[in-house]
Unconditional design. Structure first.
Length: 326
């Protein structure tokens, strides 16, 4: 297995992470972790010995290539790069020793642990959010964060949710997709929660009615700025104007390294203007950074992040990423 080529299942998983525009950072990071777990499992049934050691070394070289490609796949999503880097870091000689078989097992164990952590994080985040909101809350949101959607379902089933106002989230319309998903869900309908789909520009009109704003995050900068779908910044500004708390819900692996470049993905110009008009330039940046002072709290699976926790997570991300390039 050469280090400059990847087995088909692993290559296909990385291609999916690169091309997918329907799922959020959490889903893509979990996909990457699962792909690395699957790829590092194939040698686990071989008997120990020299052949196993040689194959393990070759397999590690292939996994290193895969990790590098995953890190480069979605530079706007720290969750994806951090996931791949943390998995690799666990199998470095400094962490796992020099034996290739032990390193491979460490990579496999970490990939499985992180994949499982991505799967369970939403439940933990939801429990922390529920304690911060009043009963019969009116929630404002934008885009379609899987963690926010999970939290809305929990709040509805717990009888803590009165209404959800959803910004349509153009370009892309992820908010409209979230509204439809909630409306189509029988449990959500049974809970009797009112749903309102609103134009992005209506946040000044509707914000006074909300108790809180819940948003997801594609990444969190080391200074606490939250990178999310474009439209989040003005929504947070309006919430600040009206004294409404903004909670960003995200897993701790979304905290970026202090020196991780801010990269904002762009969409197709046709999503804004179907037919080009001479003399008109199209601005189609899909993400933006909302300043930390507009975010009341960043809620992770461990609870609200304080300054020390944010700094520690950012430093861990830096060390893991550095291990890939050493």
């Amino acid at each position: 297995m050469a280090s400059d080529s990847l087995p088909k299942p692993l290559a296909e998983a990385i291609s999916k992470v690169e091309r997918d525009r329907e799922h959020g950072a959490s889903w893509l990071a979990r996909t990457a972790a699962q792909a690395l777990a699957d790829a590092s499992t194939s040698l686990s049934t071989l008997p120990p010995g020299e052949a196993h050691t040689l194959l393990a070394a070759a397999h590690i070289a292939t996994l290193h290539t895969a990790v590098q490609r995953i890190i480069a796949a979605r530079p706007s999503m720290a969750a994806v790069s951090n996931t791949a880097a943390r998995i690799w870091w666990a199998g470095t000689p400094e962490q796992a020793g020099d034996d290739p078989s032990a390193r491979l097992q460490a990579i496999r164990a970490e990939a499985i642990r992180i994949a499982d952590a991505w799967a369970s994080a939403s439940d933990a985040i939801t429990s922390h959010v529920g304690a911060l909101l009043p009963d019969h809350a009116i929630i404002y949101t934008i885009s379609r964060s899987g963690t926010v959607e999970h939290t809305l379902h929990w709040l509805a089933n717990a009888g803590k949710l009165q209404r959800v106002v959803i910004a349509e989230s153009r370009p892309g319309g992820e908010g409209a997709a979230l509204a439809k998903s909630l409306a189509d869900d029988e449990r959500f309908r049974t809970a009797g929660v009112a749903l309102t789909l609103a134009a992005d520009a209506a946040c000044g009109l509707l914000m006074p009615e909300a108790d809180a704003v819940l948003v997801g995050a594609d990444s969190v900068r080391a200074n606490g700025d939250v990178v999310n779908k474009v439209g989040t910044y003005p929504l947070a500004l309006m919430a600040h104007e009206h004294g409404k708390p903004v909670y960003a819900l995200c897993e701790s692996l979304k905290v970026a390294s202090p020196d991780w470049p801010l990269t904002l993905e762009s969409g197709a110009p046709t999503d804004l203007l179907a037919e080009p008009i001479p003399g008109i330039a199209i601005e189609m940046t899909l993400f933006e950074a909302t300043p930390a002072h507009l975010i009341h709290a960043i809620i992770t699976e461990a609870g609200p992040l304080d300054h020390d926790a944010l700094a520690r997570l950012a430093d861990e991300a830096r060390m893991a990423l550095e291990s890939v390039t050493e």
